[in-house]
Design a protein around this ligand. Sequence first.
Ligand SMILES: Cc1ncc(COP(=O)(O)O)c(C=O)c1O
Length: 356
Amino acid sequence: MKKNNNRLDSNIKRIARLDRYVRPDKVEGAIKLDSNENFALDGEFVRSAAEQAARQVDLREYPLDQLDQLYAQLAKYTGIGERCIAAGSGSDQIIELILSTLGGRRATVFSPTFSYLINRCELHGINVDRVPLERDFELNRQAFVKSAKKSDLVYICSPNNPTGNQFDRQTVMDILDSLDGRLVLIDEAYVDFADYSLSADAIKRDNVVVLRTLSKAFGLAGARVGYMVASEKFVQVFRSTMQSPYPISVLSLAIASGVLARADHVRKTIEMIRSERSRVIGRLSKITGIKAFRSDANFIFIETGKSYQIISKALGSNGIVVKMLDNLAGHRGCMRVTIGMREMNDRFLQSIEGVL
Ligand SMILES: Cc1ncc(COP(=O)(O)O)c(C=O)c1O
């Protein structure tokens, strides 16, 4: 008995020491550019989908056919057959299920990347090998493949969080070609803002899973709806055995369906964000001492060098919250900034321009 207690104790201590995701503080009334949510999609649009959903659903029932409706709508939006799509409570939950069932003992990621994935690997006892990105955030393909060949799981975030870039498509395809049989997770949480998705390639391979979400482009971070695109074989096992029977509430499913039915409207806001992204990067590149990196996502990565503290103070006093990354991957004074509505972006730009 004592021995078991000791084991439990040391396991809890091991877990308590792990790095973890820290939820950002809520700053009342702030211009929120820290979590890559979509505020270009107006609040009223999402609210009315939620109100309509609340009137439609019967919360006394477990969700039954609503998931099928979601799959049909996602199939229409992505152009992928519905039998190759499976949903989860945010893509976070899908990641969790995959790591806990198929994660194996060793994972390869490039670095920096989505830290949640690394934290969860460590929680599940999966050793993570981090292959550093080049200074311009391009990938050293040879080094990555060398590590990946020794791993059970390979994670490619595309576009990458926090750097914002997607690698050249052929580079990723070459990596997939050299990793037959190893599980490759391609995290496309931000793909709706990018130039290409690998969804159509993933369904032809049994070892590649693309993760997508309605949290970003579709403005539904609070509803927790994510999905995967994979081969029919993988998806059927995931849906029937790996996933829990009712992963998403009826309310969230109905809200997701309402918003997906207006995908045309969402596409317009995506175009707006892409154009704002170019404008913001263009304006920042005119400021001496600031480097704004190319982005394929709804956020940008900037290096502010020795102006980090001044800018941080200016943003704080103007009620603007961004993700502060400090020194990262050989770059000094880094920040990740969500692209919001034009007025929000202007407030951000003016805060920096006002102090430099
Ligand atoms: C790269 C990446 N993957 C996955 C997620 C999680 O998305 P979801 O809200 O679908 O769980 C995020 C959220 O920030 C992300 O940045």
